[in-house]
Design a protein around this ligand. Structure first.
Ligand SMILES: [Zn+2]
Length: 147
């Protein structure tokens, strides 16, 4: 897991998303797949948003995807983000299908293109995933270029 330059908040860990946060804490993307219609579900939840089935199984994603859309933010952010400008907010489509809202990091914004291949990186939030002793710290999912 790498340190981030971007600010990270404390995630809201719930019954439905605990497995996802456990995965990112360990450097992988775990998401539910609907066994009725085969949809990989983003964001994690206990009911398929497509067919309303509750028959879901967790899978580990490849961590690979492509830039679906993005914007380069150069101004208009709060104080704790200002020193990180320009920053890139993007939709990344995972190879398994879901489109996630995220940041692209460690990429020169001038070379970003729709369809660009990206890979997951995990940025430590500093907040443990549970109150248990020795619980790993949670991690925010972001993406960087493949190379
Ligand atoms: Zn379904």
């Amino acid at each position: 897991m790498s340190e981030t330059q971007l600010p990270t908040g404390e995630p809201n860990i719930t019954h439905d998303n605990r497995r996802y946060w456990q995965g990112t804490a360990e450097g992988r993307i775990d998401l539910p797949r609907c066994t009725a219609c085969d949809l990989v579900i983003w964001y994690p939840r206990s009911i398929c948003p497509d067919c309303q089935s509750m028959e879901l199984e967790w899978e580990t994603m490849s961590g690979l995807g492509t830039v679906y859309s993005y914007t380069v933010t150069r101004a208009g952010v709060g104080r704790k983000w200002r020193e990180h400008l320009p920053l890139v907010v993007a939709y990344v489509q995972l190879d398994e299908g879901p489109i996630v809202l995220t940041n692209l990091v460690d990429i020169d914004p001038s070379i970003i293109e729709i369809g660009m291949a990206v890979t997951a990186v995990f940025h430590d939030t500093g907040h443990p995933i549970s109150d248990e002793d020795g619980a790993p710290t949670s991690a925010i999912l972001r993406f960087t270029s493949v190379s």
